[in-house]
Ligand binder design. Structure first.
Ligand code: MN
Ligand code: MN
Length: 367
C-alpha cells in the first residue's frame, strides 16, 4: 500500500471527507514533489473516494509534473486568492466537505481561518500530524535505499574533512572544504549546518563552528549529513589531530564503548529506552555520567526530527524499518567533547548503519 493509500484508508475508516496536507515535507513524502514554498500556498488534498490533487504556486506546476505526479495539479498566480481557487477545485469533487482532517502540528492559524472562511460549516475533527508521524516510523525499502546513499555521502564528507585537517586552519575553514567538495560532486544541501568543533569548543554539543584555529593534540568533532533525494544523513566522528593525552583517549574509549554496545543491542522488540539505558550505564560507570547531557538518539528520514526518540521514558518497541541515530556524547566543559554517531535502520534480527567511516580512534598526523 502506498503512503497515500494509507491516508485514504484512514479517511474512510474515520468517516472524514477531506484531508488537507500543508507541511511541504509531508507533501514530498506523499507525492515525491519537494519544495519549500515559504509564504506561498502549497497544498495536497486527499479524499476518501476520489483522486487527490496538488495545489501549488503557478511557477511550480511544471516541476510537479516532472516528478511523475499522476493526478491533477492546479496552479495559482501571486495576485489570486488561493483559498477561493482551492474551493473551486474541491467543489468539483465534493460540494460541501464537512469533516476535515488537517495537520494540527503544522497548519498556521491564518491558513486554518482561510479554509474556515470558505467552508463556514467545516468541522476540523481529524488530526493528521500523529497519523503521518506514525506512518513515517517505518521506512520502505525505497526510502532505506535513499538513506543509504545519503550515508555514503556523509562518509565522503568525513574523508574530505579528515584529509583537510592541517595547522593554521579554523573550524570554519574545514566546513568550507567539506561543503565545497560535496557541491562539486552535485550534493547541494546539507541536512543541517555542519558542526566542526575542536578542543574545548567541542564541550558545547551544538552551536556553530568558529574562526578558532584547530590546535595540534586536540580532538576535533565532526557532525554532518547531506540531503539526497529528499532523505538525509546524520553522523558524527571525533578524531585526534596528532597524539592526544590519556584523559582525552579515555573519554573517547568510553564513548565508543557506549555507542557500540547500544548499536549491538538493536533488534526488533527491544524498547527504545533500553538502548539509552545501555549506553548511559557504560558512561555512568566510567564516571562521566554528568557529562552525557542529551538523549541517546532521534528518529530520522526526511529530517532529523522524526520518531522514535531513543530516550528514557520511551518504551516503544523497535520494529524493522525504523531509522534513528545512536549518538552518545561526553562533554567536559573547558576540556574537550566527544560524540560518536551513526544512524541505523532496524532489520529482522539487528540493525544496519547508514554510515561506515571507522569508529576506532583516528589520529590524524599533524601537517
Ligand atoms: Mn548529528
Ligand atoms: Mn543526530
Amino acid at each position: 500500500m502506498s503512503h497515500l493509500d494509507e491516508i485514504q484508508q484512514w479517511l474512510v475508516e474515520k468517516h472524514l471527507d477531506i484531508a488537507y496536507i500543508s507541511d511541504f515535507r509531508n507533501i514530498a513524502y506523499f507525492t515525491g514533489f519537494e519544495s519549500d514554498p515559504i509564504e506561498r500556498v502549497l497544498a495536497l488534498f486527499i479524499f476518501p473516494d476520489h483522486e487527490p490533487f496538488i495545489f501549488a504556486p503557478a511557477l511550480e506546476v511544471e516541476s510537479v509534473k516532472k516528478v511523475g505526479w499522476k493526478y491533477p495539479v492546479y496552479g495559482y498566480l501571486d495576485h489570486e486568492n488561493p483559498y477561493a481557487l482551492i474551493k473551486e477545485h474541491i467543489d468539483k469533487i465534493n460540494k460541501n466537505p464537512e469533516n476535515w482532517a488537517i495537520e494540527k502540528g503544522n497548519l498556521t492559524v491564518e491558513r486554518y481561518e482561510s479554509i474556515k472562511n470558505q467552508y463556514p460549516n467545516a468541522k476540523f475533527i481529524g488530526d493528521l500530524t500523529p497519523i503521518i508521524e506514525k506512518e513515517k516510523l517505518i521506512k520502505t525499502p525505497d526510502e532505506i535505499k535513499k538513506l543509504e546513499i545519503a550515508g555514503q555521502w556523509a562518509d565522503f564528507a568525513f574523508e574530505t574533512g579528515f584529509n583537510a585537517l592541517k595547522k593554521n586552519l579554523s573550524e570554519q575553514d574545514i566546513v568550507a572544504e567539506i561543503q565545497y567538495a560535496l557541491m562539486k560532486k552535485g550534493i547541494m544541501h546539507m541536512s543541517f549546518d555542519t558542526i566542526i568543533k575542536s578542543g574545548k569548543n567541542a564541550a558545547d554539543p551544538h552551536g556553530a563552528p568558529t574562526k578558532d584555529l584547530i590546535q595540534p593534540h586536540e580532538m576535533v568533532l565532526f557532525d554532518l549529513g547531506v540531503v539526497y533525494d529528499g532523505y538525509i544523513s546524520d553522523a558524527t566522528r571525533t578524531v585526534a589531530f596528532g597524539e592526544i593525552d590519556d584523559k582525552q583517549k579515555d573519554i573517547y574509549k568510553v564513548c565508543l564503548e557506549a555507542q557500540l554496545a547500544a548499536q549491538d543491542a538493536v533488534k526488533p522488540g527491544i524498547p527504545a529506552s533500553k538502548l539509552d539505558e545501555i549506553a548511559r550505564n557504560i558512561i555512568d560507570k566510567a564516571g562521566y555520567g554528568e557529562y552525557f547531557i542529551h538523549r541517546l538518539g532521534h528518529g530520522m528520514g526526511q529530517s532529523e526530527h522524526e520518531f522514535p526518540s531513543i530516550m528514557e521514558g520511551n518504551d516503544m518497541e523497535l520494529k524493522p524499518g525504523m531509522c534513528f541515530s545512536i549518538e552518545p556524547g561526553i562533554y567536559i566543559p573547558g576540556f574537550a567533547g566527544v560524540r560518536i554517531e551513526d544512524c541505523v535502520h532496524v532489520t529482522e534480527n539487528g540493525c544496519k548503519p547508514f554510515t561506515h567511516t571507522s569508529k576506532d580512534l583516528k589520529i590524524i598526523p599533524i601537517k
